[in-house]
Design a binder for this molecule. Sequence first.
Ligand code: PEP
Ligand code: MN
Length: 338
Amino acid sequence: MIIVMKPHAPQEAVNQVTSLIKSHGLETHLSQGHQVTIIGVVGDKNKLCCDNIQLLPYVDKLIPVTESYKLSNKKFHPEPTRIRVKDLEIGPDTLTVMAGPCAVESEEQLMTVARAVKKAGAQILRGGAYKPRTSPYSFQGLEEEGLKYMAQAGEETGLATICEVISAQSMEAAVKYVDMIQIGARNMQNFQLLREAGRAGLPVMLKRGLSATIDEWLNAAEYIISEGNPNVILCERGIRTYETATRNTLDISAVPVIKSKSHLPIFVDPSHASGVQAYVSPLAKAAVACGADGLMIEVHNDPEHALSDGPQSLTFRIFDELMQDLGKYAALAERKMA
Ligand code: PEP
Ligand code: MN
């Protein structure tokens, strides 16, 4: 439920409402606009007698929130969330590009890719040190050694860094080296890991599960936020469908749907969505045109010999061309490229 206060309600009136809610063992979430304050109620609303709240001064109306996710819900927080990472602001005014190899393979490989994506205009370096691979015999990542190279690349280029975590141990290691953590599609409903991410103290990019509905995805975000970390970015990376021409099917409608249901920034990953190098740039443009706040793109110095996801990785030349083209799309979408 949300409680909408009358315009210019004084702080004492807001406090009176929040104390009544808290006295019933429920939590509150405040969203203070220029004129109107909205108080979100988190917890079992049956504990609350709505009639009593309605009687308090300056209470305008009570609106039920039927969705099970509250803190990630736009009704609780009408303003789009802005997330600061280093000197970047991720949010409604900017287009943020994360780029880098699927996996960190060596110091030299990562440094080469980091310099190239920086030069092309990316702001965040991606690179997996812990790879959740379908086969246990595939390359699993350099683990902490890979994280050290990420930190080094971030330092040298000034790029912010993001790395996927797959367990509590990898999270503990990652927070020492990178600026953001990523929860991958396969772990979107690893609720214990989501709670840990909520306590990690770094912004989290939460990728959509392979077969997750938007509702399940926003509930997964709720796990992170409810542990005290409001800095969550959602990333649409394609879903499983009957289509086999692409690795997954990019659900481009997830962008406007998320915008209508949530205040969280939404990114698109056209690399995992398509699995095909030639499809990445057109899908990236479509994502920007329909309102995405950012992109995550795989780039490799030598895609043919990449240890993972070579077929979908862009060469430096293709990435460079894409970045130049994206400037026009960003301008049409009224966003600044950071
Ligand atoms: C990745 O970004 O490298 C990755 C494994 O993506 P996803 O979790 O979307 O499959
Ligand atoms: Mn990959």
